[in-house]
Write a protein that binds this ligand. Structure first.
Ligand SMILES: N[C@@H](CCC(=O)N[C@@H](CS)C(=O)NCC(=O)O)C(=O)O
Length: 270
């Protein structure tokens, strides 16, 4: 496995506390390379896993942001989009997890996380390009409070088929790569959400996905970034309730303005 040495490191990193609204910001552009993350965010986790896989725990300092009590300075001074992850490096701050994992792989030392083989490289590009659509297909039924959709099942089947393309290992490109990092943080959450909220086991009758998950869970660089499942579930429930409450408020004011009887709009019960 390309990244075997770094992936095997089992020293447990002491994680910094998450910074909230009253926390002081770090000194921006003082030469320190910083990765801004939120511990429960799947996109931030991609960049964090990449950093760990390359053994960059010393070179790239983690700055955890509490997105439920977000410090104003993060959007104002660090990353105008206000999202995590973002990386402060070489006097600039950039974001977007799928770009960042490639950036970290290319611009820092450590094992290469993409293979040289052209066929694998092409498949890596295809799968990384599909990662956002995969996320949307799986998250949409949860956000819109409906049963698992045909689209979600098809997306999972596509992933199951992709996992059989190369036979030299259990990962998307056979051996562990950036593609696994792009998918595993989403799969980690989808497995928990669908199991608890839709009574649907994503790896049932998908043996490649089952083996993949088992093998991923042995990778220390990833394991160190995993959340307790209930923490993720609680965060998702809070997020979905906030979304529903917001859309209920918009709907309420719309109906009120037309003097209709307002329906009682309750919080969703997950
Ligand atoms: N497309 C972006 C998505 C990043 C994103 O949406 N992150 C969420 C957290 S999971 C965020 O920062 N939301 C802003 C907020 O909650 O204030 C990426 O892949 O980096």
């Amino acid at each position: 496995m390309a990244a075997a040495a770094a992936l095997a490191s089992s020293t447990k990193e002491v994680l910094p506390p998450a910074l909230g609204a009253v926390s002081e910001p770090p000194t921006l552009f003082d030469g320190t390379t910083r990765l801004y993350i939120c511990y429960t965010c799947p996109f931030a986790q991609r960049a964090w896993v990449t950093r760990n896989c390359k053994g960059l725990q010393e070179e790239i300092k983690l700055v955890a942001i509490n997105l439920e009590d977000k410090p104003a300075w993060y959007k104002e001074n660090v990353y105008p989009q206000g999202t995590v992850p973002s990386l402060e490096h070489d006097g600039k701050v950039t974001g977007e997890s799928l770009d960042l994992i490639k950036y970290i792989d290319t611009n820092f030392q450590g094992p290469a996380l993409l293979p040289q083989d052209p066929a694998k490289r092409q498949f890596a590009d295809e799968l990384i390009a599909y990662a956002d659509a995969f996320t949307k297909a799986l998250y949409s039924p949860l956000i819109s409070q409906v049963a698992i959709s045909d689209e979600a099942v098809a997306a999972l089947d596509k992933i199951e088929a992709a996992l059989s393309k190369f036979s030299d290992g259990p990962f998307f490109l056979g051996q562990f790569s950036l593609v696994d990092i792009a998918y595993v943080t989403i799969l980690e959450r989808v497995q928990i959400y669908y199991s608890h909220l839709r009574n649907y086991e994503i790896a049932k009758d998908r043996p490649n996905l089952e083996r993949y998950t088992e093998e991923m869970n042995k990778i220390e660089a990833y394991k160190q970034t995993k959340n307790v499942p209930l923490t993720l579930l609680d965060a998702a429930k809070r997020h979905l309730k906030a979304k529903t409450t917001f859309s209920n408020q918009i709907l309420s004011s719309f109906l009120h303005s037309f003097r209709f009887i307002l329906p009682i709009l309750t919080y969703i019960s997950l």
